[in-house]
Write a protein that binds this ligand. Structure first.
Ligand code: FSO
Ligand code: SF4
Length: 545
């Protein structure tokens, strides 16, 4: 196997024997094969579009398949094989229509027959991994992989948005064009750079759709205090990013005597009016995703993983953990979606009722969430006044993913050391490095503002744009610095969006992506002055002068 798509890749260069994430070589090969067949499906979809043949359900299916190959989502070979089979059957049905309309499809992934069994498919996948890419130019190969990882992020957001009824064919069309392009060997370097930036634009659209889905369905988040302790009684903890799963779980547990806790990226959901209205939606359990193997063993109830960031479940809680949506682990119980999009969480509920739950209330303090663009903009006058009057000197957006590397202490220290006249905006799971710090306020404006999940980068961008309008300057001229942490491919997509928007001087860590060649990195440095993090002291000094 060879995989270098995430930040924790082995030795900072690539996982070759087994994934640091726990991905086994057979699963890696099946993921590579799924991506390869998706490229073929994309080629056929484009040929079909040319002939006026359009399959409305194809785009979301492709997003789901590509999302399945994102880090920490699907570790279950059997589910990947199902997706490969569906990809091929959709491809062949569409290709028949293309041919009937007088068109043709290219040879390669658009025509390759899948092997009949799992072993054959694994062998096929090994033939179509990253290292087998016939592209000889290392920089183009790097940009191609950057594009594919950006597409994985776009696919994740597009899938979340589609689940809430928000779709735009522009997103799907780009997914198809970009996937099909990765099979070409005739495109010059500048075209690849253009496509990578276009991926950033499309990701902004996908995040906009998701924002519309989330806020349209559940209302705009409002400032909300979230307890970190426990309430006596039975318990379910829900992790991941999927708000609809949470809604269904809350509705199905009404009156059951079960308290619902969030985990990881679910914490901002406490701020949504249509979710927080449930009295049994109690608080938050644990910290970031990479601590789950230690923390889940201590949870006295059922665990539900929606979307990504699953680690190998330990034996002590294997019977209590459930997956749903695209996330899967062989042997862990999976809650499937019904044809009408609903889910029956009874097995999770029964498990929670059979487990001890919390014997007594415990108080571990609380944190504030709910500072999406609507909340921040509603106090814009106050914020602008504080900046003009000198009470707020600078804004830092300290956000992104968390991870296991020790270098990530940088983010905790950075926030601790940021001067008292600065405000920290944060989003995604990187916040768990400092989410419970009491940083106080500036004239009633909290110094630590949780904008939301990683996809709420859209909200953060809207805040930055609104500030730049208020101050009549460009976003790059605002007293705002971006200090980002990355881990998986949604973060890659968000970074591409920031570059597409022309945002400069981004600091990124804890290490740089292994898939960027020195030349590609150089382009980023020259055009965007993107730079690796150094030490909190040094970076604060450089930013604040
Ligand atoms: Fe974190 Fe995981 Fe949201 Fe990522 S939970 S690491 S960018 O998947 O998605 O922030
Ligand atoms: Fe390695 Fe990351 Fe790929 Fe997992 S997703 S195999 S940890 S590079």
């Amino acid at each position: 196997m060879f995989c270098y798509q995430c930040e924790q890749t082995a030795a900072g260069t690539g996982c070759t024997k087994v994934g640091v994430c726990g991905k086994q070589p057979d699963v890696a090969a099946l993921q590579d094969l799924l991506v390869y067949f998706q490229k073929g499906l994309a080629q056929v979809a484009l040929a079909a579009r040319e002939k006026g043949v359009y399959d409305a359900s194809l785009g979301h299916f492709m997003a789901r398949a590509i999302f399945s190959t994102l880090t920490n989502v699907d570790f279950d070979g059997a589910r990947l094989i199902e997706l490969i089979r569906e990809t091929v059957s959709r491809r062949d049905a569409l290709a028949a229509k293309v041919k009937a309309a007088g068109g043709s499809v290219p040879r390669g992934p658009a025509t390759l027959a899948p092997a009949a069994d799992q072993a054959g498919m694994i062998a096929q996948g090994e033939e179509h991994g990253i290292e087998k890419d016939p592209e000889l130019n290392a920089d183009i190969k790097s940009l191609k992989q950057t594009l594919i990882y950006g597409l994985k992020g776009v696919s994740a957001y597009a899938d979340h948005a589609a689940i809430l009824g928000q779709e735009d064919d522009e997103v799907y069309k780009f997914l198809q064009e970009a996937l099909a392009a990765t099979e070409r060997l005739d495109l010059p370097l500048d075209k690849w750079v253009g496509m990578v930036l276009e991926c950033g634009r499309i990701n902004l659209r996908a995040m906009e759709l998701l924002d519309a889905g989330n806020t349209g369905t559940y209302g705009h988040p409002v400032p909300t205090s979230v307890p970190l302790g426990a309430k006596a009684g039975k318990a379910i903890v829900i992790s991941g990013h999927d708000l609809k799963d949470l809604q269904m779980l809350l509705e199905q547990t009404v009156g059951k005597g079960i308290n619902i806790y969030t985990h990881g990226e679910m914490i901002p959901t406490h701020g949504y009016p249509e979710l927080k209205k449930h009295p049994h939606f109690f608080g938050h359990f644990g910290t970031a995703w990479q601590n789950q193997q230690k923390e889940f063993g201590e949870f006295p109830g059922a665990i539900l993983m929606t979307t990504n960031c699953l680690q190998r479940p330990r034996n002590e809680y294997m019977d209590n953990i459930f997956t749903t949506g695209l996330v899967a682990w062989p042997g862990a119980q999976h809650i499937a979606e019904k044809a009408d999009g609903s889910k029956d969480f009874s097995p999770v509920i029964e498990k929670a009722l059979a487990m001890p739950g919390y014997p007594a209330d415990t108080d571990k303090g609380s944190v504030l969430v709910g500072f999406g663009r609507n909340t921040v903009m509603s106090v814009a006058d106050k914020v602008i006044e504080a900046v003009k009057g000198g009470a707020i000197k600078h804004f830092f957006l300290v956000g992104g993913c968390d991870g296991a590397k020790p270098g990530r202490n940088y983010y905790t220290e950075f926030v601790e050391k940021a001067p008292k006249d600065t405000v920290i905006l944060t989003l995604a799971c990187g916040k768990f490095r400092f989410f419970d710090k009491q940083l106080g306020d500036i004239g009633g404006i909290p110094r630590l503002l949780d904008v939301g999940q990683c996809n709420d980068a859209y909200s953060a961008i809207q805040i930055a744009v609104a500030l730049s309008k208020a101050f009549d300057c460009g976003v790059n001229d605002l007293p705002l610095s971006l200090i980002l942490s990355w881990y998986e491919q949604k973060a890659v997509a968000i970074l591409l969006t920031l570059l597409y928007l022309g945002i400069k001087n981004i600091r990124i860590g804890p290490s740089l992506p292994a898939f960027l060649t020195p030349n590609v990195l150089n382009v980023l440095v020259q055009n965007y002055n993107i730079m690796p993090i150094t030490t909190p002291d040094q970076d604060l000094k450089a930013i604040l002068g």
